[in-house]
Write a protein that binds this ligand. Structure first.
Ligand code: AHG
Ligand code: MN
Ligand code: MN
Length: 328
C-alpha cells in the first residue's frame, strides 16, 4: 500500500529548529543546542510540577529571592534544572534568572559564549499548591563582541533573537518565536517530544476581555480606573489567573488585553522587564498584537538593571488601543 505524505506530518521542536536554521546561509546549528537544553529542562520541570503533593516539592523554602518574594521549593528546583541543562552548552556565555541576584558568567565571547539566556524558571509559583497553571519564560540575546560583562545583557527587547514560554497547564505547551512568527508545540507525553500544533499564530482582534487584578483598583491611576468603568459599561468579560504565562497564553489564543499597571504601592509595576515583559512582548508582537508599558513600546525600553520592573499592557491591537485611549 502506498503512503500519502501530507503536510500533517509530525514535526518535533528539534526538527523545526533545524529546518528554520537551514534557511540562513551562515547557520551553524548552535541555536538548536540552546533550544534542546530548554526543552530538556522544561520537560523535567513539568514532571516535577505534575508530581506536586506526591513528591515533597510544594511549599515555601523559607528564603526570599532577590525580589524580596518568598521562594517556593519548585522555584528553587526549576531554577537548578535550567541552570544545569543550559550551563553545559558551550555557546551559552551568560545565564540570568529571576531567582539569582547576579548573572552567571560562564564563558567569554572569545571562548564561544555567544548567547545569554535570561529566564523566569517558574512563573506564577504561588499557584502551584492549588494545581493552577504555572510556566517558565525565557529570552535569548546575542552577546556583543566587546563591552563589559554587566552591560552585555542590558539590551533592549528588540534585540532578542528568541523568546518563549512553557505553560504547565492541563497540557504542556511551548510557545516560541525566533523573530519569524510564533509557533506552538504541545508535549506529547507518550513520546516525550514537543510536537508542532500551530505555526504562525496570529492573535485575534474583537475579544472584549480584560485580564487585570481588579482588587487593586483603588491603587490604580485615574486612567486605568476610567478604562475599567468604561469596560464595565461595554459588555466586557474578565479573566485573571494570576500566572502571567497562563494569562498571556489565553490572551494570545483568544484575544483580549492583559494589564499589570503601576499601583500606588508599586509605581514601577510588578513584572520584570527582561525575563517576563520582553519575551512576552516579542511573542505578542510577532503574533500581530501590541505590547506597551502604558504607551511606550516595551521592546524599545533600554534596561538599566537585570531585575528592573515595568508596567505591562499587551494583547490584541484593538484591545490595547482601547485601553490606551483612557490612559495616554
Ligand atoms: P512569579 O511567580 O514569577 O514571581 O510571578 C508572579 C507574577 C505573574 O505571574 C503574575 O502575572 C503576577 O505575579 C500576579 O501578581 P498579583 O498577585 O499581584 O496579581
Ligand atoms: Mn514570574
Ligand atoms: Mn518566578
Amino acid at each position: 500500500m502506498e503512503h500519502n505524505w501530507t503536510s500533517d506530518n509530525l514535526t518535533s521542536l528539534q526538527s523545526h529548529i533545524l529546518a528554520e536554521e537551514q534557511k540562513y546561509e551562515d547557520a551553524t546549528g548552535e541555536f538548536s543546542w540552546i533550544l534542546s537544553a530548554i526543552s530538556l529542562a522544561t520537560k523535567a520541570i513539568g514532571n516535577k510540577v505534575r508530581c506536586a503533593r506526591i513528591e515533597d516539592v510544594v511549599g515555601e523554602v523559607g528564603s526570599e529571592n532577590v525580589q524580596g518574594e518568598m521562594q517556593h521549593k519548585l522555584d528553587v528546583i526549576s531554577n537548578e534544572l535550567i541552570l544545569r541543562c543550559l550551563g553545559d552548552r558551550d555557546n551559552v556565555g551568560i545565564l540570568a534568572s529571576e531567582e539569582n541576584e547576579t548573572p552567571f558568567f560562564l564563558r567569554k565571547r572569545t571562548e564561544g559564549g555567544k548567547y545569554a539566556v535570561l529566564f523566569d524558571p517558574l512563573d506564577g509559583s504561588s499557584n502551584i499548591d492549588v494545581s493552577v497553571g504555572v510556566g517558565t519564560i525565557f529570552s535569548v540575546l546575542r552577546l556583543p563582541d566587546g563591552g563589559t560583562r554587566e552591560d552585555a545583557i542590558l539590551q533592549k527587547g528588540n534585540k532578542q533573537v528568541a523568546a518563549g514560554y512553557v505553560l504547565y497547564g492541563s497540557s504542556t505547551i511551548l510557545v516560541l518565536t525566533t523573530g519569524n512568527g510564533v509557533n506552538m508545540f504541545v508535549l506529547d507525553q507518550a513520546i516525550g517530544s514537543f510536537v508542532l500544533v500551530e505555526a504562525k499564530l496570529q492573535i485575534p482582534n474583537g475579544n472584549k476581555t480584560y485580564s487585570i487584578n481588579e482588587a487593586y483598583t483603588a491603587r490604580f491611576s485615574d486612567g486605568v480606573q476610567s478604562y475599567l468603568e468604561w469596560a464595565h459599561q461595554n459588555n466586557y468579560s474578565s479573566r485573571y489567573i494570576g500566572s502571567m504565562v497562563a494569562d498571556v497564553h489565553r490572551t494570545l489564543l483568544k484575544g483580549g488585553v492583559f494589564i499589570y499597571p503601576p499601583t500606588s504601592d508599586k509605581p514601577e509595576g510588578k513584572l520584570r522587564l527582561m525575563y517576563e515583559a520582553n519575551p512576552m512582548a516579542m511573542i505578542i508582537e510577532q503574533a500581530g498584537g501590541k505590547a506597551t508599558a502604558l504607551g511606550d513600546r516595551i521592546l524599545d525600553i533600554h534596561p538599566t538593571g537585570l531585575h528592573e520592573r515595568t508596567s505591562v499592557v499587551l494583547g490584541s491591537t484593538d484591545q490595547v488601543d482601547q485601553f490606551l485611549k483612557h490612559t495616554t
